[in-house]
Design a protein around this ligand. Structure first.
Ligand code: PLP
Length: 426
């Protein structure tokens, strides 16, 4: 773009000229017959290749305790992988359960156990309450919201900022209303904002007064180790903070190797107080005789140590960082100074959060689709898919190749500019 004045300040004639330029650029874009997809935060094949030594592991059928990993048993997972990830998550091994491949499934299990049985401090099962409400920082992870919606759990939103959610808003919501039983948080490199919760905000969530005695923080640390720069964010230690504040059972932490090794065949973890671990396994014992210990052992052999996990993440970073840089470059080149878009410059995680001119996100996604670029539906990062400002778009640059990211994002920038010009000229 040649124009660097805020679009809203252009004269009608200049705006009309800008609109014509963008229309022409968009027609040219459509003419290219692209077929690109920026919708899902999936690792690329190149990233998955990094873990292919897993296919030759484990070399042993026994773990360090001599347990035959091929057989049944061991509901909390093998000791070595619990120790490895306890180290990475700054908790004690006794506070970690290593499960199957999906942390989302563990979150769902926890939620269902809470609904059917309640927690240690619950007066009754959550499902026996008239109403259950969760606090949801927005924009947030769509699958958190759809999971809650599928169980009829109400959602109230608070704003997500660069240093975490609006904790004063959270404190107000939880203080007097006992139906508010929980909240979601992606503390580190959040989906989609990329924000990292500050120590102060984590401490505020740990110590706030809640009307519900069994309030739970679903602390989804899916991107704890997924740095894009050398400035590696350190996750707030919510378990210690809550324990120190007298609410040891408040947090349930989740993590997995889905975006470390294989997205469909990693190892997922629950970390929480020992009482919560006992609560969880107390219910899980009726659902499973034990997790896939062969997979756990091959992950132990693959990484070797906690440091092995960190070293492996550096290889992901080398692949991912240029793609995120390409997103920023494309958006800056086309849109800087126009006053029609803001976007995150994440230092980790899998997403870029793009806020376009209010009222145009749906139009941008439709324009992109017609030009062969599939974006996540506008509003997907809000409960019920409803972004009242119609301005938020989640970009996921990990899966396409670098060249595809460059091409797709230049196209997205054109769609953003065209939709804004249409809206302002109308
Ligand atoms: N939590 C967040 C915030 C995610 O973004 C994702 C995947 O995109 C998941 C959880 C899924 O985790 P898992 O693969 O361990 O089920």
């Amino acid at each position: 773009g040649f124009v660097t004045t805020p679009l809203a300040d252009l004269s009608p004639a200049d705006l009309a000229a800008f609109l014509e330029t963008q229309r022409a650029a968009y027609e040219a874009l459509k003419g290219r017959g692209l077929k690109l997809d920026l919708t899902r935060g999936k690792p690329s094949a190149e990233q998955l290749d990094l873990a292919d030594r897993l296919l030759t592991l484990p070399t042993s059928t026994r773990d360090a305790d001599g347990v035959d990993v091929r057989n049944y048993g061991g509901l909390t997972g093998i000791r070595q992988i619990r120790e490895m990830f306890a180290d990475l998550l700054w908790v004690e091994p006794s506070q970690v359960v290593a499960g199957g491949n999906s942390s989302l499934s563990i979150m769902h299990d926890c939620l269902v156990h809470l609904l059917l049985h309640g927690a240690q401090e619950s007066p009754r099962a959550w499902a026996a309450e008239e109403k259950i409400t969760f606090v949801c920082p927005v924009p947030g992870y769509d699958r958190h919201f759809t999971m809650l919606a599928s169980h009829g759990i109400e959602m109230v939103t608070v704003d997500m900022h660069e240093d975490g959610p609006d904790v004063e808003a959270v404190a107000r919501l939880v203080k007097d209303d006992p139906s508010v039983k929980g909240m979601w948080i992606v503390p580190t490199y959040a989906n989609p904002s990329g924000s990292v919760i500050s120590q102060e905000k984590a401490a505020a969530l740990a110590s706030m007064d809640t009307a519900a005695p069994d309030f739970r923080i679903f602390w989804d640390n899916a991107y704890a180790f997924h740095h894009l720069t050398e400035d590696e964010a350190k996750s707030a230690d919510i378990i210690t903070l809550c324990s120190a504040a007298g609410h040891p059972n408040r947090p349930l932490m989740f993590a997995s190797t889905s975006k470390i090794t294989y997205a469909g065949s990693g190892v997922a973890f629950l970390a929480a107080s020992e009482a919560n671990v006992a609560w969880y396994t107390g219910h899980e014992q009726f659902a499973s005789i034990g997790p896939d210990k062969v997979n756990q052992l091959r992950h132990v052999e693959f990484f070797g140590s906690a440091q092995g996990v960190r070293d492996h993440m550096a290889k992901h970073r080398a692949i991912l960082a240029p793609k995120f840089a390409a997103v920023d470059t494309a958006l800056s080149t086309e849109l800087a100074g126009l006053g029609i878009a803001d976007w995150s410059k994440p230092t980790g995680g899998y997403f870029v959060n793009l806020d376009v001119l209010d009222g145009t996100a749906t139009r941008v996604v439709a324009l992109a689709k017609e030009a062969g670029i599939v974006l996540t539906p506008a509003g997907a990062s809000y409960p019920y898919g409803k972004d009242e400002h119609d301005r938020n778009i989640r970009l996921a640059p990990s899966f396409p190749t670098l060249g595809e990211v460059e091409t797709a994002m230049a196209g997205v920038a054109t769609c953003v500019a065209l939709a804004a010009a249409e809206s302002l000229a109308a």
